[in-house]
Write a protein that binds this ligand. Structure first.
Ligand code: NAD
Ligand code: MG
Length: 391
């Protein structure tokens, strides 16, 4: 029996790596839905290559183009947010959630409501609505498999273990583009410099988020939500080689580390093959050649995003949705040349402050609508903050 799979965000970096693995085993998978946004040519090409049932673009204005490209193939074309939800409701055994941003939340929730196994790359789902996601999975007997390299590493280190024996979870961080730059330089670094990752080849936004460690901050929050452990048991360590992706510390003093090459096809492939392990086309590490692995404590002055993550985890509720929206808005402003690199964390901090005083974020019920409301308000406040403090 071929497994029925869908890929949300198929045209992106994670989506393309997922398709790479799927296309290597055409007899094992039947592709139900592929989705994308603006790269219609890629979506058409991939939908044809894997003979998907339906291809969906989130951009309603591009439907005609998609339909034309798929004419005569028997592959259905659809567009818009409602079409994404419909695609998520199509029966599937396994769904990849790799849309970027908070737009990934609604399709992921819909897939969970149908009891599907959800491979979760979309970080924003757990950060903005972790308890809602976990509860929905429980109610519908659905499984969530983490697809970030760090969370896949923790998940693998926990196989066969009792979560009550876990003392701490250590998430590693490369330190990003500026880990060795003098702190005094950071006020003046450029967008181009911030877009160079020392180890991973990823999109621009996540690469800049690695330089600020907003990406790591998101991952710490995800760890708390997914593994349901207290924030004080979650740590970060700078590990410049990016070969250990995470470690789990147990009550007998043992640390279980997950070591592997920096290639997202490992985490994606693990989720695709779960609960089995199968061969994957990733590099095998030559430890003698690597020689040494280094670690250092993260400097809170260099990475204020980590302190913010701790605050978000302790406050809980809708604070994660505010944090995510504010940091996305701050990143937009940085990329547009409207704020400095170091302003991003200050702006996010102030938005979280203001929103915490104005709303009872901690105790708020987490629904899709509530997440969207605080997301919009947090973005507006972050822009306003920039406008007020400029000059
Ligand atoms: P990407 O920008 O390369 O791809 C994003 C995908 O989402 C594309 O298919 C795009 O068409 C689609 N999309 C964009 N906006 C949309 C919208 N409004 N509605 C519907 N679809 C939309 O991103 P990526 O690097 O593949 O990352 C995807 C997710 O996985 C993110 O949440 C990211 O944080 C997470 N992640 C990425 C990596 C990585 O190595 N790239 C690692 C871990 C986690
Ligand atoms: Mg990661």
């Amino acid at each position: 029996m071929r497994r029925r799979i869908s890929i949300f965000g198929a045209t992106g970096s994670i989506g393309q790596s997922t398709l790479d693995l799927v296309r290597r085993r055409p007899d094992d998978f039947h592709v139900v839905a592929l989705t994308g946004a603006r790269n219609i040519a890629q979506l058409i090409q991939d939908a044809k290559a894997v003979q998907a049932e339906v291809a969906v673009t989130s951009d309603a204005s591009r439907l005609a183009e998609l339909r034309d490209g798929l004419a005569g193939t028997g592959i259905a074309a659809a567009a818009g947010d409602a079409a994404l939800i419909e695609a998520a409701a199509r029966p599937a055994d396994w769904v990849m959630s790799a849309i970027v941003g908070v737009a990934g939340l609604a399709p992921g929730l819909e897939a969970l409501r149908h009891g599907t196994t959800l491979a979760l790359a979309n970080k924003e789902s757990l950060v903005t609505a972790g308890p809602l996601l976990m509860q929905t999975a429980r109610e519908h007997g659905a499984t969530i498999l983490p697809v970030d390299s760090e969370h896949s590493a923790v998940f693998q280190a926990l196989i066969g273990e009792d979560i009550r024996a876990v003392e701490r979870i250590i998430i590693t961080a490369s330190g990003g583009a500026f880990r060795d730059r003098p702190l005094s330089d950071l006020d003046h670094v450029s967008v181009a410099e911030a877009s160079q990752h020392p180890n991973w080849n990823m999109g621009q936004r996540i690469t800049i988020d690695s330089a600020t460690m907003f990406n790591k901050a998101m991952e710490l929050i995800e760890t708390k939500e997914f593994f349901e452990v207290g924030p004080d048991r979650i740590e970060t360590i700078v590990h410049p080689e990016s070969l250990i992706h995470a470690l789990v510390g147990f009550n007998d003093g043992a640390l279980m580390a997950h070591v592997g090459p920096p290639d997202m096809r490992h985490a994606i492939g693990f989720a695709l093959n779960w609960p089995e392990r199968r061969a994957l086309p990733v590099e095998r590490l030559d430890l003698a050649k690597i020689g040494q692995l280094n670690f250092r404590a993260p400097d809170p002055a260099r990475y204020p995003a980590l302190g913010l993550a701790s605050r978000v985890m302790h406050e809980g509720g809708l604070t994660g949705a505010v944090f995510n929206a504010a940091k996305e808005q701050a990143l937009d402003l940085f990329i547009a040349g409207q704020c400095r690199f170091t302003d991003m964390a200050r702006m996010v901090d102030r938005t979280v402050d203001v929103m915490l005083t104005r709303h009872r974020l901690q105790n708020a019920t987490i629904t899709l609508d509530n997440v969207r409301d605080v997301d919009a308000e947090a973005r507006a406040r972050t822009c306003e903050d920039r406008a007020n403090t400029k000059g």
